[in-house]
Design a protein around this ligand. Structure first.
Ligand code: HSE
Length: 306
């Protein structure tokens, strides 16, 4: 006779990477996970309360986001809600275009899935977080790591992922002001000229094929965008200048990270000079910014062992 003994784990901590989405022309479609992380810890308690969200500014909205993610998980997994204490901490700046909201939402549903003996598979987790986020381009790389191209097809997210080597450096300038994704999306037009859409299509197909095959020097010149960046410059007026500064200093390309305000440059070399050049453009406008030189995270979300 066999016995199956299920031991409920009382707490779990998961590590979720930051992400840079869009990559210029790949609006709502392309994203890369980065080695900059938040940690979400969930402990079972007696009552269903989100007790603490640490290390995040704007904790009222983070708490609302957390509750929504908890409800969504139990609805989808048809599980019985139980008491929880949630703690989020880490290094991902809030409302800066580096996927901080995904680290909270995905961190919570991933951790709950672990705590409840994994009722949901990867695709269900991705669909769930995408429904909360409304687009998959941060959620998919945060879950799976690497470069990810993703799309919502007939109600489910389809994706392909590729590892990104550490030789590629992601130089990000995070300015001191925040941009809300909602406001940045409200600036976008309902219709765009056909030629703009075609230019973006060309570039996205080329960028994806280059990440699939690995000839990264061919990425130069492919990150121009006509669908969202031009409209978002109202909120980030020095976008073109910062990218141009980075490219002049040796970067392959640059883009608005997600909906901003962070600006990202991709470099195979001279990454320090690139960071300095980008920060100098902000400094000329008396805007302080934090710079990070990052590499891609190819692991995605993982349970953190004690
Ligand atoms: N693709 C999204 C946007 C990413 O640009 O609005 C923001 O999270």
């Amino acid at each position: 006779m066999q016995y199956r003994v299920s031991v409920r784990k009382p707490s779990v901590t998961v590590r979720v990477p930051a992400t840079t989405a869009n990559l210029g022309p790949g609006f709502d479609t392309l994203g890369i996970a980065l080695k900059l992380h938040n940690q979400v810890s969930i402990r079972e308690t007696d009552t269903l309360t989100v007790e603490r969200i640490d290390g995040q500014k704007g904790s009222a909205s983070a708490n609302a986001m957390a509750r929504e993610a908890v409800d969504a998980f139990f609805r989808r997994s048809k599980g019985k809600p139980h008491g929880l204490q949630i703690e989020v901490k880490g290094d991902v700046p809030v409302s800066s275009g580096l996927g901080s909201s995904v680290t909270v939402r995905l961190g919570i549903v991933f951790a709950l899935n672990e705590l409840n003996d994994r009722p949901l598979g990867d695709t269900e987790l991705l669909d769930l977080v995408t429904a909360l986020e409304h687009h998959p381009d941060n959620a998919a790389p945060a879950l799976f790591g690497g470069f990810v191209v993703s799309a919502m097809i007939n109600g489910t997210v389809r994706y392909r992922r590729f590892n990104v080597p550490p030789a590629l450096k992601f130089v990000v300038c995070v300015p001191e002001y925040e941009v809300s994704t909602e406001k940045a999306r409200a600036l976008l037009p309902k219709m765009v000229p056909l030629r703009d859409a075609v230019e973006n299509l060309n570039r996205v197909a080329l960028i994806t094929s280059i990440f699939a095959t690995g000839d990264y020097s061919l990425l130069r010149g492919l990150f121009d965008d006509k669908l969202h960046q031009p409209y978002r410059k109202k909120l980030i007026p020095m976008l073109d200048e910062v990218i141009a500064g980075g490219v002049e200093a040796g970067a392959l390309a640059g883009w608005l990270s997600g909906s901003g305000a962070s600006i990202m440059c991709l470099a195979e070399q001279k990454e320090k000079a690139v960071a300095e050049a980008m920060a100098n453009v902000f400094a000329k406008q008396q805007i302080r910014c934090e710079t990070h030189i990052l590499i891609a995270d190819n692991d995605g979300t993982r349970v953190k062992r004690a």
